[in-house]
Design a binder for this molecule. Structure first.
Ligand SMILES: Cc1ncc(COP(=O)(O)O)c(C=O)c1O
Length: 490
């Protein structure tokens, strides 16, 4: 079967049915040879076994090619690392250096004029327009119009800003529905927003509990929405749960909660750049995401926010056709950069928001951060989320198939590991969370490190394996499993 047939099967909900010889390097390489986006790997700098041992700066940048250095007989050594940690920090796109250099040259050469001028041949717009440019380039990633996206701040800050606008509790309706184990920052943000508004978090945080398998069935979420339709103001969930890798049914849950009068927000930290999203069509009220995981803009990079167009309107009273007074708009915390460009520099303290999500911006965003994000997004603009997701479906199914092969072969009374992530490809992104049998984590972690593998480990025993389609190969998945087998003494 060819690669596109596996994609079709997985998209239609059928099992991939890998053949008996699928556990071989030749099979993996054959899939790679059919991968229409395999060239995108060259857009990235991936750590190598050698570079991972680096202890000081020496002006070199890792390159993935096998080289003859360090061998006694002159044979090439394979220095290729395996970067399966894009769910935590994405690999560095080569474009980032180019864009940052352009930014530094612009700043050095024309100084403050860079706010409004663009140098010829620069990949960047004038700094004033960079956030808008990044919003335009993010539209396919989250499935919205560019006007529904604003690029600003960082994820936790944006969660607070969005809750300031979208969590409007009353004595009757002030609860927030969240999951049992949100990322700590989401928990703190929700808890503190409730307290800030004068309510008791212990009473107002409605926690969705998982089953024994760590997963939260959609039906359970819908039941909780029904139960709290009279007293919950907001539903705030992750698109993908960071620990289990469960992808929630965003359209169904959103529609169900909105029909019952709840405002619906999503934290898409683990979903943006990972799975296909259609935030506009799904009628989501707001969503926030970071850009350092699947979007690859660098550690702590500037974040993204979606605000549905119905919340971005700016209207003027009929008796004020010349727009001299104050417009009506959704209440929010404001700053001068949310002000419309036409009046932003009037300095007259009359806030007139930019229509759309951009009207939620507060500060002049860092042009250095935006340059880095713009570079990372330029790689996404060479493909599409549909193409990335198609490849990811097969990459992850292949990883799951090889993991199951290890389990079947080991045939131990207590399995060596359990895959926590849903088995249904429609309910997960690229990440598989693998819970190791007690006592195995240290050996596995050591073997991965010794072999140049970067993947995420969570105590007491979970490794999160994320073969990101932009820069991962089927060969990497196969090699990873060989290393894991070794670590499990198979
Ligand atoms: C689900 C989730 N929420 C919030 C955060 C915190 O993000 P930041 O430190 O960018 O505010 C993270 C970071 O990894 C995350 O994964």
């Amino acid at each position: 079967m060819d690669l596109s047939a596996y994609v079709d099967r997985l998209r239609s909900g059928a099992p991939p049915k890998f053949p008996a010889d699928a556990n071989s390097l030749a099979f993996a390489q054959n899939l790679d040879s059919q991968d229409s986006i395999r060239h995108l790997r060259d857009e990235f700098i991936l750590p190598t076994k050698t570079s991972l041992k680096k202890r000081g700066l020496n002006g070199t940048i890792p390159s993935q090619h096998a080289h003859a250095n360090g061998t006694t007989n002159g044979d090439a050594v394979d220095d290729t690392g395996i970067y399966f940690v894009g769910n935590s920090l994405g690999a560095q796109p080569k474009a980032v250096r180019t864009y940052l250099d352009a930014q530094l040259e612009t700043w050095a050469s024309i100084g403050v004029n860079g706010h409004f001028s663009r140098l010829d041949a620069s990949p960047l717009t004038a700094w004033q327009d960079l956030a808008e440019d990044c919003a335009r380039k993010s539209a396919d990633i989250v499935g919205s119009s560019p006007h529904e996206i604003v690029v600003m701040n960082t994820l936790s800050v944006n969660l607070h800003l969005m809750m300031a606008s979208f969590y409007r509790p009353t004595a009757q309706r002030h609860k927030i529905i969240l999951e049992w184990r949100p990322f700590p920052s989401d928990w703190y943000a929700i808890e503190s927003q409730i307290a800030w508004n004068g309510y008791d978090p212990a009473e107002a945080m409605v926690l969705l509990q998982p089953g024994d398998d760590c997963l939260i069935p959609t039906e359970r979420i819908l039941a909780a929405i029904d139960e709290h339709a009279h007293d919950a103001a907001l539903l705030l969930l992750p698109g993908i749960q960071y620990y289990s890798g469960q992808l929630f049914d965003i359209p169904r849950i959103t529609a169900y909660a909105r029909e019952r009068g709840l405002v619906v927000g999503w934290d898409l930290a683990h979903a943006a750049g990972n799975v296909e999203l259609k935030l506009h069509d799904w009628d989501v009220d707001f969503a926030c995401w970071c850009t350092y995981k699947y979007i690859n803009a660098g550690p702590g990079s500037i974040a993204g926010v979606f605000v549905h167009e119905r919340h971005g309107g700016v209207t003027w009273a009929a008796e004020d056709p010349d727009k001299k007074g104050r417009p009506e708009y959704r209440p929010r915390l404001t700053g001068w950069y949310g002000g419309d460009k036409s009046v932003r520099f009037n300095m007259d303290n009359r806030f007139v928001p930019t229509p759309g999500a951009a009207g939620y911006q507060l500060s002049n965003p860092s042009a250095i951060d935006l340059a880095s994000l713009s570079a990372a997004l330029s790689v996404f603009n060479k493909t599409s989320m549909r193409e990335l997701r198609s490849k990811a479906l097969v990459l992850t199914a292949y990883a799951e198939y090889l993991l199951d092969g290890i389990l079947a072969e080991s045939n131990e009374a207590t399995p060596l590991f359990t895959v926590l992530t849903p088995r249904d490809p429609a309910q997960r992104g690229t990440q598989l969370s693998v819970m190791l049998r007690e006592g195995l984590l240290d050996d596995v972690a050591e073997a991965l490190e010794d072999n140049g593998v970067l993947c995420d480990k969570r105590k007491p025993g979970v490794i999160r394996v994320a073969p990101v389609p932009l820069y991962s190969r089927f060969e990497d998945v196969w090699r990873f499993m060989q290393i894991l087998r070794g670590a499990l003494k198979m």
